[in-house]
Design a protein around this ligand. Structure first.
Ligand SMILES: NC(=O)c1ccc[n+]([C@@H]2O[C@H](COP(=O)([O-])OP(=O)(O)OC[C@H]3O[C@@H](n4cnc5c(N)ncnc54)[C@H](O)[C@@H]3O)[C@@H](O)[C@H]2O)c1
Length: 377
């Protein structure tokens, strides 16, 4: 009889739900438990997904369930402590959400703890399982555009938030090259946070890889940032990819050649990858050692802005450069009033609906935060 695996999910918000759906798409995995402190959310999730046991406390779940897979689906600052706590129980693997963590020292502690306990650690850059991106990576490796020169991408809502997917995608498309240096510019005039982490208003970055390829990232600079597509210019051609298709052009093609790749649920493929790894496959596309390089690039973009210079790898700074710049008075707030662009996630349904309506009207996160405060006065 083939093995069956017991999975437990920590944090049943929007992404915890995707992890449950991912595990349920794999025949050999049973989601046996969830942990969620918010009673309304916990009860709703337990009923919807028919989960045998629901806890409000992580330790209780880890103590009582003998979990093979633990998903960490809470906000960023809980990723390290909950990964470390889960690793003590030696599950077969931990699947922790992106961004891996905030700061390089924290990423290294997560990796070291899991290695010491013999626990496989994967970070939720599930888009590595988009068929289109994998096809693009293969086409680039086959040489359809020659040696890659420059990748361009746009992102927004914070470099740590959506930007981590974008940096990870660039690395994946290029075959996961090592980084040579990074240069970044950061603007922070409003007191902006994302899931309780201080973040920038805008960022522009250049990444240089050891292969000679470079990448240009514009973050929160353009209104069309949410389109998740990439252009890779090579010595002999150009390739573009979205989440569903790839197209390329070179000297031998008569115009663009389009490859439709379709889409299978990346959350399911990510969970399937965990099982394969446990059953003997060599590694996982989302392995922490890949995510660590993405964290290093993100931190180096900030560090470059902090020091006004190119940051060469390996990066020396171990902390979170945005907080360090804040402490040093290098990014003074011009428009006072702290606000969190993901505050709506922690709201109850009525407030969340009001928040959503204001976003649909095109209001800035900062103005919405002030309107929400007035709503409760
Ligand atoms: N991979 C992706 O594409 C993707 C997309 C969105 C978010 N994320 C990441 O997923 C993580 C969670 O984001 P989200 O949007 O689901 O947030 P969310 O607010 O919807 O969900 C987080 C849940 O964690 C619960 N929680 C809080 N403290 C807890 C604790 N101590 N123990 C257990 N549960 C606790 C909250 O009550 C909430 O229900 C973030 O790090 C985010 O960056 C990943």
């Amino acid at each position: 009889m083939s093995a069956r695996y017991r999975a437990g999910v920590i944090g049943m918000g929007q992404i915890g739900r995707h992890h449950v759906i991912g595990y349920r798409g794999v025949e050999s995995v049973d989601v046996v438990a969830i942990t969620e402190p918010n009673e309304r959310v916990r009860t709703a999730a337990q009923q919807e997904f028919n989960i045998p046991t629901a806890y409000s406390d992580v330790r209780e779940m880890l103590d009582r369930e003998r979990l093979d897979f633990v998903s960490v689906c809470t906000w960023h600052l809980l990723h390290e402590p909950q990964t470390v706590a889960a690793a003590a129980y030696r599950p077969k693997a931990i699947l922790c959400e992106k961004p891996m963590t905030v700061g390089l020292a924290s990423a290294d502690r997560m990796i070291r703890t899991c290695e010491d306990r013999g626990v496989r650690l994967v970070i939720g850059h599930q888009r590595r399982f988009f068929h289109s991106w994998t096809k693009a990576r293969e086409l680039i490796q086959e040489g359809v555009i020659g040696t890659p020169q420059m990748v361009t991408a746009k992102t927004g809502e914070g470099l740590l938030n959506c930007g981590t997917h974008v940096v990870d995608a660039i690395r994946y498309l290029l075959g996961d090259p090592e980084t040579e240096w990074v240069m970044g510019a950061v603007e922070r005039k409003t007191d902006r946070f994302e899931r309780e982490v201080r973040i920038e208003d805008r960022c522009l970055g250049v990444i240089r890889f050891k292969t000679g390829a470079q990448a240009l990232i514009q973050s929160d600079l353009t209104p069309e940032w949410s389109v998740d597509d990439y252009q890779v210019r090579g010595m002999d051609g150009v390739l573009e990819t979205t989440s569903q298709a790839v197209r390329y052009v070179n000297g031998s093609t008569t115009g663009w050649v389009t490859v439709e790749t379709g889409y299978d649920d990346a959350w399911v493929l990510q969970a399937q990858g965990l099982v394969s790894w446990v059953e003997g496959a060599t590694g996982h596309r989302g392995e922490a050692r890949q995510a660590r390089q993405t964290v290093e690039i993100l931190m180096a973009l900030y560090q470059s802005a902090r020091d006004h210079e190119v940051v060469r790898m390996p990066m020396q700074e171990q902390g979170y450069p945005i907080d360090l710049m804040w402490d040093e008075g290098k990014i003074p707030v011009v428009e006072p009033g702290a606000y969190d662009i993901r505050a709506f996630l922690a709201m109850e349904p009525d407030d969340r609906a009001a928040y959503g309506e204001m976003r649909r009207q095109g209001m800035r996160h900062k103005d919405i935060a002030e309107a929400m405060k007035r709503r409760h006065q």
